[in-house]
Design a protein around this ligand. Structure first.
Ligand SMILES: CC(C)(COP(=O)(O)OP(=O)(O)OC[C@H]1O[C@@H](n2cnc3c(N)ncnc32)[C@H](O)[C@@H]1OP(=O)(O)O)[C@@H](O)C(=O)NCCC(=O)NCCS
Length: 157
């Protein structure tokens, strides 16, 4: 299986993220919030400062990249959310690269990085109709609560 690594993108490399968020198949899971998300160049600077130059450790963002070719296939991130009282994580794999184990590798790499950074628990609120809940279970997350809109999964690191 192709091996993934976490990669800290440069500002000039955010075009991959722009295309990822603009792809309807990749973003179908986000239908309740409008599907695709615009990420125009003029927003890159502020976004980069918030996600990649954060000094407090409250935010972490990386590309999921093939170790061999360096091709990015998705992204993984976490951020502190006062509402959930913990670090909420996100994993997104480009639709055309799904079903090859990248989501699972990505989530495992993210958990390992969070642990190294001193985070003790990750949570994720997953839309109730999103089948990726299974992926989180396989990576050791368990269900903490369920509302009509989402399932909150959590894992102690
Ligand atoms: C969730 C996501 C990252 C999975 O990516 P992927 O590369 O296809 O996942 P994998 O190939 O690593 O699959 C991991 C496991 O989850 C299961 N799985 C993944 N997607 C699934 C789906 N849509 N339905 C059912 N099971 C699924 C697979 O069966 C697999 O199990 P296995 O390892 O025992 O074979 C990808 O579908 C995605 O980007 N979805 C949109 C974003 C999202 O929902 N993120 C999660 C909430 S933040």
């Amino acid at each position: 299986m192709d091996k993934l690594v976490l990669y800290r993108p440069q500002l000039e490399e955010l075009n991959f993220r722009r295309a990822l968020l603009a792809d309807p198949d990749t973003m179908a899971y986000n239908h309740a919030y409008g599907g695709t998300v615009a990420f125009p160049r003029e927003r890159w600077g502020d976004w980069y400062a918030r996600w990649l130059e954060d000094e407090t450790g409250g935010r972490f963002y990386r590309y999921l990249r093939l170790e061999g070719t360096g091709e990015p296939v998705g992204e993984a991130a976490y951020h502190y959310d006062g509402g959930f009282g913990g670090y909420v994580c996100d994993v997104l794999v480009s639709a055309r690269h799904r079903g090859r184990g990248f989501g699972r590798q990505g989530l495992e790499l993210l958990c390992a990085a969070a642990r190294e950074n001193g985070v003790t628990r990750l949570v994720d609120n997953i839309a109730i109709d999103n089948p990726s809940v299974e992926l989180f279970r396989k990576c050791g997350f368990r269900e903490r609560l369920r509302t009509e809109e989402y399932i909150l999964m959590e894992k102690d690191l």
